[in-house]
Design a protein around this ligand. Structure first.
Ligand code: G3H
Ligand code: 13P
Ligand code: ZN
Length: 304
């Protein structure tokens, strides 16, 4: 299939009470692994790149690569810019053929965030490209503890923001953070806040920082020779509950980085191996396994 826009996937998910996985990639192997897993599960999928991944790969190769691989699949695939910082990068990605873009001006004032987001929405919509924006901000463990109220998304702000910008989906802050070290103790999300945001906005909501960093993944990483300390992520139970109350897009990067590294490290234990196709294939297999597991969770309470 040709690449589909984000709204096509997310509005379906909202109706069907499930979430679409949005997985980051930085190379052909990771992209292939994500698409293989999603295709085997017959689940729509969002593949996404950060600005640093764009710098690493080159914008000119990303769209042709994703388009070519999606063409042979029966699932809907959306190509998203993750955390675009300004109008320029958003415009570049729209022009290049991305089918969804995220403008993340959440570190700016509410007014500035509205202004830039609106500009991106106006531009992207002309080309049928849907837009995700963010309000509230994701922080590390310490920040969350000291300034919970000011960082988490406020439902009334979210409502006003959606009305003023016409954005298609909204990333919110309800307790997650990026990376492998999300919670000091048990995983916890502010579900009451999520319910209020959903009621106030009624658009597909996005959970960033949604990697699970689960026991099996960590144990495999350590067994391969990696060190990961007391990393932990969003529990399956928390994620399922968040989807029940309005999360339609779930962003996962860290889990895939850990899985990929585990596979490669395992293969490279054979010191005589110097064939990249051999060891990268192990990385692909580990990503496929993680993506499949995540997709099962995202579809747990799916109704259609
Ligand atoms: O949301 C952040 C993603 O994990 C991307 O990270 O900028 O290192 O590619 P990156
Ligand atoms: P993780 O670090 O939890 O994988 O989050 C990724 C993300 O939100 C990408 O936008
Ligand atoms: Zn993110």
């Amino acid at each position: 299939m040709e690449l589909k826009n984000g709204s096509y996937l997310l509005n379906k998910a909202k109706k069907g009470k499930y979430a679409v996985g949005a997985f980051n990639f930085s190379n052909l192997e990771q992209l292939k692994a994500i698409l293989n897993a999603a295709s085997k599960k017959n689940s729509d999928v969002i593949v996404q790149v950060s600005s640093s991944a764009i710098k690493y790969m080159g914008l000119n190769v990303i769209v042709p690569m994703a388009t070519a691989l999606a063409k042979d699949l029966d699932i809907a695939v959306c190509l998203n810019l993750d955390h675009g910082k300004d109008f320029e990068i958003v415009k570049q990605c729209v022009d290049a053929g991305f089918t969804n873009v995220m403008i993340d001006a959440s570190s700016l004032s509410f007014e500035e965030n509205v202004k830039i987001t609106k500009q991106c929405v106006e531009y992207a919509h002309k080309f049928g490209v849907s837009v995700e924006a963010e309000i509230g901000s994701l922080k590390g463990v310490e920040d969350e503890v000291v300034a919970k109220e000011s960082l988490f998304t406020k439902p009334q702000d979210a409502k006003k923001f959606v009305e003023l910008t016409g954005v298609d989906s909204l990333a919110i802050s309800i307790g997650t953070s990026h990376g492998a070290y999300k919670f000091e103790g048990k995983s916890h999300l502010d579900i009451e806040r999520l319910k209020e945001i959903e009621k106030a906005t009624n658009i597909p909501l996005v959970l960033h920082g949604a990697s699970g960093v689960g026991e099996e993944l960590k144990q495999k990483f350590v067994a391969s020779g990696g060190k990961i300390g007391n990393a932990n992520g969003v529990s399956d139970e928390n994620l399922i509950e968040a989807i029940k109350f309005g999360i339609c897009k779930v962003n996962v990067d860290t889990d895939l980085r850990i899985a990929f590294t585990t596979g490669i490290r395992n293969k490279l234990k054979d010191e005589t191996n110097f064939n990249p196709r051999d060891y990268l294939l192990e990385g692909i297999k580990e990503i496929e396994y993680e993506v499949s597991k995540r997709i099962d969770i995202l579809n747990k309470n799916r109704i259609n």
